[in-house]
Design a binder for this molecule. Structure first.
Ligand code: NAD
Length: 257
């Protein structure tokens, strides 16, 4: 499977799943655009390292996915977008009656509304190129719920809905739109919610990992960024030409429960 000649833009990709997907797409030959809201030397160094490792062209473009204008500017600045991976995401864990309103707004903006803006800006480029793939990184929380994650679960269900709409609007074109729904992956985002969850449930770290995080993941294993990247590459392959408007779970059986 070669993605040579294709350009992939991955939002929120200076860390975790986004960076893992960027590596897998680059290994398959795609040129990549990395993104986050910072503009540090190490962000640009990640792009240089990707280019060197995989012999592709890579750039880092700063854009804050909580702002619609910057979401659209990311795509415009890249100038070409064959593969759009909407991955940027944050988390906050608290009961709904004390859930901070600013955290709600940020999660809805970054985890859901950003995909509206980037997709709207990218579709005309895909139509011009005659091929396109939109891959939304949703979550098992796009299909099921957990307590204390009202904004995240709302945003992830929203992006699964948006995935279906984009698929229907592009159904007769050589463009597909799907959502990948991972269970728990041990990235900085998950690391960051362990302390709050320890507090909510009054548990130590090991117990939170075993009895809370992986409680609903029957395989008792974290999914990996490589597995998610491999699924994104599959969605870009000819075998997936008729896969659109659906979700692919990488959750060790969570949503089978
Ligand atoms: P992470 O914290 O490692 O990565 C999140 C990325 O989003 C980072 O690159 C960060 O810089 C970026 N980001 C945050 N705010 C941004 C903003 N305003 N503008 C631009 N970029 C921004 O987390 P991760 O676990 O790799 O999460 C990536 C995606 O995968 C998220 O959408 C998350 O909801 C989803 N996901 C994660 C898990 C998991 O267990 N880790 C499971 C299911 C889904």
């Amino acid at each position: 499977m070669s993605l040579s000649g294709k350009t992939a833009i991955i939002t929120g990709s200076n860390s975790g799943i986004g960076l893992g997907i960027a590596h897998t797409l680059a290994a398959a030959g795609a040129d990549v655009v990395l993104n986050s809201f910072t503009d540090r030397d190490e962000d640009h160094a990640l792009a240089a390292e990707l280019a060197k490792t995989h012999g592709i062209s890579a750039r880092y473009i700063k854009a804050d996915m909580s702002k619609g204008t910057e979401c659209r500017a990311l795509i415009e600045q890249a100038g070409v977008c064959d593969i759009l991976v909407n991955n940027a995401g944050i988390q906050h864990v608290a009961p709904i009656d004390t859930f901070p309103a600013d955290k709600w707004d940020a999660i809805i903006a970054i985890n859901m509304t950003s995909a509206f803006h980037t997709t709207a800006a990218a579709l005309p480029m895909m139509r011009k190129a005659g091929w396109g793939r939109v891959v939304n990184i949703a979550s098992a929380h796009g299909l099921t719920a957990s307590p204390f994650k009202s904004a995240y679960v709302t945003a992830k269900h929203g992006i699964v809905g948006m995935t279906k709409v984009v698929a229907l609007e592009t159904a007769e074109e050589p463009i597909t739109c799907n959502a990948i729904c991972p269970g728990y992956v041990l990235t900085p985002l998950v690391e960051a919610q362990i302390p709050d969850t320890m507090k909510e449930y009054n548990m130590d770290r090991e117990t939170v990992i075993r009895d809370v995080l992986l409680a609903r993941q029957p395989s008792k294993q974290f999914a990996t960024v490589e597995q998610i990247g491999g699924t994104a590459v599959f969605l870009c392959s000819p075998a997936a030409d008729q896969i659109t408007g659906t979700t692919i779970s990488l959750d060790g059986g969570w949503t089978a429960l």
